[in-house]
Design a protein around this ligand. Structure first.
Ligand code: NAD
Ligand code: 89V
Length: 335
């Protein structure tokens, strides 16, 4: 049984903890938060994990096979480097880092220490998106040439994550990062992007509406558009809607988790809604299921000695697109 510890016991940690309980081959033996009450509440959701309020003390005293960092971005580099110094494999939540320099430093620290590093980039582990990928890989729609990846809603994200309200870099860093990763996952590496941002909600500091045009190696294009201030009924949060056109047909992921694959004279539709995990609830089940999937993948990779799909090295390419998107929006130039 792999012995894991979590660092950061806030809002999203509840999903990681519940997922670890479902996964064979791993258990949470320690929990750490600088806020003792939060660490104690998290420990109550485990089979007797030891409580720590200092990550350095935990790494120095607990016997761990991996740590799972579930804090916000500013603390990622010191915590990942700490794990690397102790030669403990590490999972790090998104956004991986506030700067490219920090992201590269974490990848380098883990590589020199010879420890696996996975970014908890869970969107590509959502089963509806994996179903779309399967359609593409099976050749059903032919060669993809155009993708639209969309996530527009007005769900109140600020009650659970109040820190988002004051972030000067809001939607691209928090959500665009997932969608840019999906663009890479579904359409291949991006070679160029052009980004426009808007701040529609006067109560937030950062951009909350974003449109990004991507070029991909091989000539395909993607339009990635997302908004935190789109008023409509029913609100699709937290569904990613997708349309990918290929030389033979089109695959669409429509609201209500309906996947439609069609071409001239033919079509089929499939219900790809994920099951609600035992610890979960709608509308979060889509995200909660992906948390179980990515953490199960981590355990399989650790056991097999293989590189996680969203390794730190892989995620450098996603976060690079995030920083380029901000730069493009600021300068008005394609990069
Ligand atoms: P949060 O603020 O609720 O929780 C973070 C916790 O980390 C806090 O309790 C804080 O005290 C603790 N912490 C900070 N620095 C620490 C340190 N050095 N040592 C120990 N504890 C420390 O944040 P959250 O909403 O749970 O988000 C955490 C991360 O998860 C964010 O980066 C966010 O973007 C990400 N997230 C991902 C998803 C997803 O679906 N992928 C969803 C929500 C949040
Ligand atoms: O995934 C995230 O980090 C989120 C959410 C999609 C829930 O808004 O902030």
């Amino acid at each position: 049984m792999l012995k894991g510890a979590i660092i950061g016991c806030g809002f999203f940690a509840a999903n990681h903890l519940a997922a670890w309980r479902l996964i064979d081959g791993a258990e949470t033996v320690a929990v750490c938060d600088t806020d003792r009450a939060r660490a104690e509440a998290a420990a109550a959701a485990t089979d007797g994990a030891t409580v720590f309020t200092d990550a350095a003390t935990m790494l120095a005293t607990a016997e761990l096979d991996f740590v799972d960092v579930i804090t916000t971005a500013p603390s990622h580099r010191p915590l990942v480097e700490l794990a690397a110094r102790h030669r403990v494999p590490v999972i790090c939540q998104k956004p991986f880092a506030p700067t490219m320099e920090d992201a590269q430093a974490m990848v380098d620290a883990c590589a020199s220490a010879g420890v696996p590093l996975m970014v908890h980039e869970n969107f590509r582990w959502q089963s509806p998106l994996m179903a779309v990928k399967k359609v593409i890989e099976a050749g059903e729609i032919g060669e993809p040439s155009y993708a639209r990846i969309q996530f527009r809603h007005a769900y109140d994200i600020y009650t659970n994550q109040p820190y988002l309200k004051t972030e000067p870099q809001l939607a691209i860093m928090d959500l665009g990062i997932h969608l840019l990763d999906l663009a890479r996952y579904l359409m291949g590496e991006a070679t160029r992007l052009h980004c426009r941002t808007q701040r529609i909600n006067p109560d937030v500091a950062g951009e909350d509406c974003v449109t990004i045009l991507l070029d991909h190696a091989g000539g395909a294009v993607s339009l990635v558009d997302f908004s935190f201030f789109t008023k409509l009924e029913p609100d699709p949060f937290p569904q990613t809607l997708v349309r990918i056109e290929g030389t033979r047909g089109t695959v669409e992921l429509l609201a209500g988790y309906r996947m439609r694959v069609s071409g001239p004279g033919w079509s089929r539709e499939e219900d790809v809604e994920p099951a609600v995990p035992p610890f979960g609830a709608k509308p979060w089940h889509n995200i909660q299921e992906s948390v179980v999937n990515i953490q199960r993948h981590w355990v399989e990779c650790l056991r097999a000695g293989s590189e996680p799909a969203t390794s730190g090295a892989d995620n450098l390419k996603t976060i690079d697109l995030v920083f380029k998107a901000y730069q493009s929006a600021e300068t008005g130039r394609a990069l």
